[in-house]
Design a protein around this ligand. Structure first.
Ligand SMILES: Nc1ncnc2c1ncn2[C@@H]1O[C@H](COP(=O)(O)OP(=O)(O)OP(=O)(O)O)[C@@H](O)[C@H]1O
Length: 318
């Protein structure tokens, strides 16, 4: 949040006199207000010759703080929001949809965990194709490892539509393909940039040709693992910020967010999700994907879900 000095141009009442009064109490920014006893501050203001102006200044800063945080929502508001704004998007994969009670939920961050080559990218490409074809929604796809395949998307779209596209249908095919936007992103800072641009421009830019309904990061672990290294708390802080921004995007814009995460060897060689304990609590839904390389059958099970028992599993093939 801004230093008080930076707000003076917009809010005249936060003049140098007010700033000096705040500075004498160790308050230099809007953030500093949050950790101060404001009743005590108001009492000090009362004793000053310019008490009226100072009290107006305090009220002004509280108004600024009010506009920064989300409004409080009671249970009824949340239920209403869930029923009217947070729809379920089918992934195009029957097994996953059945397991999740319909598919990916808007407003939630869903994480797909699995070892290399188990099919995480295939599920992402299928979900993108299905949302663009069946739900007529836009999809933003962050590809971190050059694994996005437009040919595979085209194959899925043809399969979902149930037919090859003739000349007349070509316009529909082009609309579907155009509604999936892929960004190559190789570091977390570029992802922050994309998210920032998306959130800032959301209402005008992204709803023009249909709302963005699905946001995919394949894979989140390859963006986060390099910053964890030995950098300790700084890397973890960036990881938390990434999770926070993805969840903010999901909640405030009613988008389903799907990220992938690889596995690493855990105790007794049993694979476990990478990114560790700090990340564990960030996704709303965690799914573990595995595959038997002898055939095309994949298994998926629930590791974490807000309204479902862990361990529930299904099998599917793509
Ligand atoms: N065009 C295709 N048609 C059918 N199956 C495919 C096709 N392309 C890839 N696959 C299957 O998908 C598997 C690779 O899956 P995918 O790339 O989704 O794995 P991943 O879990 O994302 O792996 P990584 O973590 O290494 O990126 C291949 O082993 C192959 O069986």
């Amino acid at each position: 949040m801004a230093p008080l000095k930076a707000l003076e141009a917009e809010y005249r009442i936060l003049d140098p006199n007010f700033q000096a009064f705040c500075a004498s109490h160790g308050i230099f920014s809007v953030e500093d207000f949050l950790i101060h006893d404001l009743y005590e501050l108001a009492a000090f203001a009362e004793q000053q010759p310019t008490s009226e102006n100072l009290k107006q200044g305090i009220t002004q800063v509280l108004c600024i703080i009010d506009t920064q945080h989300q409004p409080w929502l009671n249970g009824m508001d949340l239920l209403d929001d869930a029923l009217h704004n947070k729809h379920v998007l089918s992934t195009g994969c029957e097994g996953i949809d059945l397991l999740l009670g319909g598919g990916l939920r808007e407003g939630q961050l869903t994480e797909l965990v699995g070892p290399s080559s188990c099919g995480k990218t295939q599920v992402c490409l299928l979900a993108a194709s299905n949302v663009a074809t069946k739900h007529m929604g836009n999809v933003v796809y962050l590809d971190t490892g050059n694994s996005f395949s437009p040919q595979r998307i085209a194959q899925f779209v043809g399969h979902i539509a149930g037919h090859a596209f003739d000349e007349a249908g070509n316009i529909i095919f082009q609309r579907i393909m155009n509604s999936i936007v892929c960004h190559s992103v190789f570091d977390i800072f570029t992802m922050f940039n994309v998210l920032h641009r998306l959130v800032i421009n959301f209402p005008s830019q992204l709803q023009k040709g249909g709302q963005v309904r699905l946001f995919i990061v394949d894979s989140i672990s390859s963006l986060i693992t390099p910053i964890l290294g030995n950098s300790g708390s700084q890397g973890r802080a960036l990881m938390i910020s990434a999770g926070y921004m993805l969840k903010k995007l999901a909640h405030e814009h009613n988008v389903a967010v799907l990220v992938t995460n690889h596995t690493v060897g855990g105790e007794r060689g049993i694979p476990k999700p990478a990114l560790g304990q700090t990340w564990k609590s960030i996704p709303h839904v965690r799914l573990l994907l595995s595959c038997d390389h002898g055939n095309n059958v994949r298994s998926i099970s629930v590791l974490r879900h807000p309204s479902m028992a862990s361990g529930k599993a299904a099998k599917f093939s793509i």
